[in-house]
Every structure is written in C-alpha cells, then in structure tokens.
Design a protein. Structure first.
Length: 191
C-alpha cells in the first residue's frame, strides 16, 4: 500500500513539507509506504483547454512532467497533498497539476482512493479553509474518499510565515498527524 505525498510549494523543505512529514509519520506507523514528490522538482505547465485528452485518454500534447505524475498518482492507493496558502488558495504549481488531471478524471483512475489535505497559511492572512477545501474538492470530483481532520474539517491547517514556524503550531501539527492516521485507517479498510 502506497501513498504519494505531493508538496505543492515552490519551497521544497519549508512549512508545507513539515506538515506533510507529520502526516507521513502516522501513515508509516500504520504500515503505509509514502513517496515524497515536490512539485518544485517538476515541470508542470497549465492546461490549455484543448480537450485532446478527452478524446484520446492518457495522452496530452503538452510535453512536460504532468502525464508521468498523473500516472504515478493513479497507481497509488492514496494522495496526501499539501500547499501553502497563496491568495486564499493552492499554489499555481499545484493548481496546474489539478487542472491537468482531466485525464485521470475521464478514466475514473482515482475512484475509491484515499485523499488527505494539509496547508499552511501565514498568520492573520487566513485562507487555510479555502485552500484545504480546494484540495478536498479535487478529491471529491475525482471520486476519492477524503480523510478529514478532527472536528469534521476537510484537512489539516497550520500557521507559519518563516521557515520552521509551523513547528510552533502544536494544533496544526496534531491535525496533520490526525489526517495521516485517518488515511492509513481508510486505506486498510479498503483492503
């Protein structure tokens, strides 16, 4: 059983990765293998709306890393997706990957897989709820099972501006661990 932990931040080892790591710890305790993917290492361009992928499945005329990433996502048992809050939503890098997932949507490749969302927003700027909802909406539209956080929230949220700030947010880290634990439970229930 394997989960892909996708870091949507352009910063590979920042606060978003710390939140993913907290969830990852619980997934691994639950016997789930986790593979880290940082979108900062990949070239994922925006969808241009040509609709060719709806006619010839699993093909895209844009020559970048999106199709290979989407195939890896489809072969996993679950997705743990994290993003910092950028203007009340996910980063452009993550949004591009989500938009390009029309290919996996058309084939129902993600149906029944488990998804978990984490995000980090800077202080009083807010947007955490909108960001985890944007990731959860991707999961819902892909027919996935969403592993929420405590209290019925659709994902884990933390506060942090400077690198490492999230380590001071005990509640945020606790919510990320809960998401990881819940993901492991749900993945094992499916087997």
């Amino acid at each position: 059983m394997k989960v892909l932990a996708i870091n949507g931040s352009p910063r590979k080892k920042g606060n978003t990765q710390l939140m993913l790591d907290a969830a990852k710890e619980e997934l691994e305790k639950g016997g789930i293998q986790v593979e880290d993917i940082s979108l900062a290492d990949y070239d994922v361009r925006p969808c241009d709306g040509c609709d060719k992928c709806t006619k010839k499945l699993w093909e895209c005329h844009i020559k970048d890393d999106a199709l290979a990433l989407l195939k890896r996502m489809a072969s996993s048992d679950g997705l743990l997706i994290g993003s910092p809050v950028y203007w009340g939503g996910v980063t452009a890098q993550l949004k591009a990957l989500i938009d390009r997932s029309t290919i996996s949507y058309q084939t129902h490749a993600m149906k029944g897989k488990v998804g978990g969302a984490v995000c980090v927003g800077g202080g009083a700027h807010g947007g955490q709820e909108l960001t985890v909802m944007q990731i959860a909406t991707y999961f819902f539209m892909s027919e996935m099972i969403v592993a929420g956080s405590e209290g019925g929230l659709p994902g884990a949220m933390a506060l942090g501006n400077a690198k490492g700030d999230v380590l001071e947010d005990a509640e945020g880290l606790k919510s990320a661990r809960y998401v990881g634990k819940r993901m492991a439970e749900l993945i094992k229930m499916d087997r």
